[in-house]
Design a binder for this molecule. Structure first.
Ligand code: SAH
Length: 472
């Protein structure tokens, strides 16, 4: 981080602006908003600044800059069109340890002015550290559109209500829950939108009870790895969570999006090797929810597809814990999309079947005869260790040895690898692979090469989308 964003209080503090043109006007405008006591110094001062001086909003010194002007100032802005003056002001301020900003000269600044989205008292500041001002501006425009105008009012009345909330709900974590629930409430938002402040305040009072405190569990599918494949709902819950229990399949980049103060607990699972027994995981979900916590159970892909989500929910039902389920993009969808393999296609496959290579001991055997029928796609989860069996059984039941197959390793992640071949060599293809691997068997795999992501501008095939900054 090249700069630490801080918000500084300027109310009644002495600030100096050196320069009297348009740029100075813009800076003065911002300083005035923050209540600063401003002196403007320049040999030529534009009308708009003179007018402000007449209205006693600032003091003007209609002269060239002299060193003693900097004395007693809290902050200085140099906005002249004379580089040597700007440099001199910056040096002087630096010596005296006064904050200084030289417009368009990041090298001379001890602070920089960000782009601002103003919903006072909510203020969002955006900076690219002088590297990409246009990008910063686009982000600001996005945020302007995203953040409703009533946000300021909401923050204002919340501030006035904080004391009252503290007196009714003594526990800090429960107070946080109260606020989270309140801010997520559409009725409150619409009252504020209509400017019905008193009704909004009453609404806050009516909902003020310790009962907000009941814990719950959200079973959240985190998708196959690329964090931009998370759903908005998943992200929202991850940012409200007190505790997150996550699987080994959940990528680091996704965990980085969890609320910073949340406890992160790994209950990682590998086929056959359970780091934390399933029963212990179930128990933990119940225990944390009973402590009044917002629990997120984060699972790779979708929780209801070979994710044992159902088993965890049964336990919650028995314990009377509130829960919700948020679907995720399952590996079959994510990996096939990123590898350019449509799971069905009118010319190649009329159906798709998801099976798991790892089954409960004494579990139901797979119907190999049905799986071996041509012109259907077979997606095998957890199949790498069973590749030999898969190959043998499918061939034995009549599937053609030339049927194309794909192994997708760490699909949708930066390290995604796609290996293709044919069914008769399936067991040899995955030799060097480690980590999550999905096997796709079927005629649709023929399309992988043709439909691999393509960027016509570069005439280049992409194994996966680079991070796209698309603000249009
Ligand atoms: N609930 C998960 C599946 C869990 S089973 C889902 O819906 O995706 C674990 C298996 O999923 C792995 O052994 C692998 O076969 C597959 N898998 C999950 N994520 C994957 C990824 N990013 N790339 C390839 N395979 C993946």
């Amino acid at each position: 981080m090249d700069y630490l964003p801080i918000f500084t209080k300027l109310n009644n503090r002495h600030c100096l602006v050196v320069g009297g043109g348009d740029i100075a006007v813009r800076k003065v405008h911002l300083l005035l908003k923050a209540g600063a006591t401003i002196t403007v110094c320049a040999p030529e001062i534009c009308d708009s600044l003179l007018e402000k001086a007449e209205n006693n909003q600032l003091t003007v010194i209609n002269d060239t800059f002299s060193d003693q002007l900097i004395e007693g100032k809290w902050l200085v802005i140099a906005a002249t069109n004379q580089r040597h003056i700007n440099e001199h002001v910056a040096q002087l301020a630096e010596q005296k340890q006064i904050l200084v900003n030289v417009v368009d000269e990041p090298g001379l600044c001890s602070f920089i002015m960000p782009s601002i989205v103003d919903r006072s008292p909510i203020i969002v500041a955006i900076s690219s550290g002088g590297k990409a001002p246009v990008l910063a501006r686009l982000i600001r425009e996005r945020l302007e559109a995203l953040l409703p105008m009533h946000l300021g009012r909401l923050a204002q009345i919340s501030g006035e209500f904080r004391h009252r909330v503290k007196s009714v709900i003594s526990k800090e974590s429960l107070r946080r829950r109260y606020w989270e629930k309140l801010f997520g409430n559409g009725d409150l938002a619409s009252l504020l939108q209509k400017g019905q402040i008193q009704q909004a305040q009453q609404f806050m009072e009516d909902n003020l009870t310790e009962d907000v405190a009941k814990g719950d569990v959200a079973l959240v599918g985190a998708g196959p790895g690329d964090p931009s494949l998370l759903t908005l709902k998943a992200l929202q819950l991850m940012q409200q969570a007190d505790v997150v229990l996550y699987d080994r399949l959940v990528s680091r980049e996704i965990l980085d999006l969890v609320r910073r103060d949340a406890d992160l607990i790994s209950v990682g699972k590998k086929a056959g090797k359970h780091e934390v027994e399933q029963s212990r995981t179930n128990q933990m979900l119940v225990e944390y929810a009973k402590q009044g916590k917002k629990v997120v159970r984060l699972k790779g892909g979708d929780s209801f597809i070979f994710g044992r989500g159902g088993e965890e929910l049964e336990e919650l039902v028995e314990a009377g814990i509130a829960f919700q389920v948020v679907p995720g993009i399952t590996a079959a969808s994510g990996c096939s999309a990123y590898a350019g393999i449509p799971l069905t296609h009118r010319d190649y496959a009329q159906s798709v079947t998801f099976v798991t290579g790892h089954r409960k001991e004494n579990g139901q055997p797979l119907d190999w005869k049905a799986l071996a029928i041509p012109h259907q796609t077979l997606v095998v989860y957890m199949g790498l260790l069973q590749a030999q069996e898969l190959e043998t059984k499918l061939l034995m039941h009549g599937r053609d040895g030339k049927t194309p197959v794909a192994l997708i390793n760490k699909g949708t992640r930066q390290e995604q690898q796609v290996i293709t071949g044919c069914l008769s060599e399936l067991s040899k293809l995955g030799g060097g692979l480690e980590g999550a691997t999905l096997i796709i068997v079927g005629e649709v795999v023929e399309l992988a090469d043709k439909l691999a992501w393509f960027n016509p501008d570069k005439n280049q095939k992409l194994s996966r989308d680079p991070f796209l900054v698309n603000l249009s």
